[in-house]
Ligand binder design. Structure first.
Ligand code: BES
Ligand code: MN
Ligand code: ZN
Length: 500
């Protein structure tokens, strides 16, 4: 296992671009501003018009995330990377994040260590907001997971980034720092999610959580099987029973002095989902290491809340188990009693997420938070419906829905509302127990959400099905093949906006 990537420092400088010293200077170019103006025009003159000549004769169009590298004659800068931003009236913060990450990777291909970025333009967005979005894009784009390689890769990441602002702006440094902290929390989530399942067992996830709690001064409670029995968490015990890597329940709490609200974040932490006795087919089963991504997202979110010192009390609650077939595994036909006392007839051992979440949601309700939000890679059906575009959002609370939709706009982690309806719940009526764990095939994401609603009492509650968005097979913008870290930034944005 090679060394862990170190976090990239991002500094701020104020002044003309021609004064910047770096291996690479990055310029963001809108598709309708190929002819340089302002600071870029002055810089272009200092490199004998190399940039405008390139823009005019190369076919570079300034389309979003289009990149080009030039080597101008300039003693302070070795390379110039141009990155397209698309039409100037359509540039938003998400476009800025993606372009910053794309240009960082382009600079890395040329071997750059120190990369300077001229502040990207965006209409109606202040210097602070744009600088923060660039810091987020840079820190997310610098993410790579080389922990499992014995030899370093050919291209290495830059080691330093510098943002060049046209003028000194008071809040810029603080916003850049907040952006970096949020991105690093998401990278922490990505690291945990990408860790292979032989390493990241439920116990290992619990030790990572404990380490996070120690470093951030969070309260930490971890339940091993003996304590799970005392707490009557029959759901987690049933699902985790088939594995030699036994289950854990994790509760972290961030409790600032003047907290206005209290929010419980609940994550599905299946460290590997074989399907159990209802075994999954071989193809794609390797991706079931990402079945812990709800858990890793809530850990990233509480880390962000602590690092940003948000005035909100946050609980991160994780049900961690490995779903395995074995002589001790639970079986279809079993009846499981959850912590709430409600009983579940097992129809498929592959519908395990809702069973562990039943115990975790019941625990969250007892904390009496102002709202409960759970994240889970819960159903293949949600991935079929929304692909990698958005997480499915289920809630009967319109205010909570609106707050999460705003947080999605802020963070670029999209959500799409799907129905919570009694009709789906009725498909899970059981002839032998209070309910069964799987109903109709049709509307699978909706029946899973309806099942969960049984365990949240009447608390304001939202469920995010992240099955389609937790991992990706494409590197683009700030995404890399593997975990996306989805949820850490969305929840951080929700909490930063006051968790309404
Ligand atoms: N972890 C899976 C859901 C999943 C599938 C996530 C594909 C990401 C990609 C979950 O535990 C599961 O197996 N769900 C079943 C439920 C069914 C048995 C009712 C599903 O979606 O098929
Ligand atoms: Mn499953
Ligand atoms: Zn699962």
């Amino acid at each position: 296992m090679t060394a862990r990537r170190s976090e990239m420092p991002i500094s701020i400088a104020v002044g003309p671009l021609e004064d910047a010293t770096a291996d690479t200077l990055v310029l963001g170019i809108a598709s309708d501003a190929l002819v340089p103006r302002g600071a870029i025009k002055t810089f272009d003159a200092a490199i004998d018009g190399a940039m405008s000549r390139y823009a005019e004769h190369s076919g570079f169009r300034g389309k979003a995330n289009e990149v080009a590298t030039l080597c101008p004659a300039h003693d302070k800068i070795r390379r110039l990377v141009l990155v397209g931003l698309g039409p100037s009236d359509a540039i938003d913060l998400e476009g800025i994040r993606a372009a910053a990450a794309t240009s960082l990777r382009q600079a890395a291909r040329g071997g750059s260590k120190r990369v300077a970025f001229a502040l990207f333009p965006a209409k109606r967005r202040g210097v602070e907001e744009r600088a923060r979005a660039m810091a987020e894009g840079i820190a997310l784009g610098a993410y790579r997971d080389d922990r499992w390689r014995s030899a370093p890769r050919r291209v290495s990441m830059p080691t330093r980034a510098m943002l060049i602002l046209p003028e000194s702006v008071r809040g810029a440094a603080a916003e850049v720092k907040r952006g970096r902290l949020v991105a690093e929390a998401a990278n922490f989530t990505r690291d945990l999610s990408n860790t292979p399942p032989n390493e990241l067992t439920p116990a290992a996830l619990a030790s990572h959580a404990r380490r996070l709690a120690t470093s951030r001064k969070l309260r930490c409670k971890i339940l091993a099987p003996a304590e799970l029995k005392k707490a009557k968490m029959g759901g987690i015990l049933a699902v985790g029973g088939g594995s030699a890597n036994d289950p854990r329940f994790i509760h972290l709490e961030y409790k600032p002095a003047k907290a206005k609200r209290s929010i419980a974040l609940v994550g599905k932490g299946i460290t590997f989902d074989t399907g159990g006795i209802s075994l999954k087919p071989t193809a794609g089963m390797w991706d079931m290491k990402y079945d812990k991504c709800g858990a890793t997202a809530v850990l990233g979110a509480i880390r962000a809340a602590a690092d940003l010192e948000l005035p909100i009390r946050v609980h991160a609650i994780v049900a961690a188990a490995e779903n395995m077939p074995s002589r001790d595994a639970y079986r279809p036909g079993d009846v499981v009693t959850t912590a709430s006392g409600k009983t579940i007839e097992i129809r498929s051992t592959d519908a395990e997420g809702r069973i562990v979440l039943a115990d975790a949601l019941d625990y969250a309700v007892a904390l009496e938070p102002d709202a409960i939000i759970d994240l889970a890679t819960l159903t293949g059906a949600c991935k079929v419906a929304l692909g990698g575009h958005a997480a499915g959002l289920f809630t009967s609370d319109d205010r909570l829905a609106k707050a999460l939709e705003s947080a999605a706009d802020d963070s670029g982690e999209r959500v799409w509302r799907l129905p919570l309806a009694d009709e789906f719940r009725r498909h899970m009526d059981s002839k032998v127990a209070d309910m069964k764990n799987s109903g109709l095939r049709w509307g699978g994401a909706c029946s899973a959400a309806a099942f969960l609603s049984e365990f949240v009492d009447d608390r304001p509650w939202a469920h995010l099905d992240i099955a389609g968005v937790a991992d990706t097979d494409r590197t683009s913008g700030y995404d890399r093949v593997g975990s996306t870290g989805f949820g850490a930034r969305l929840l951080a944005a929700y909490l930063e906006r006051g968790a309404k």
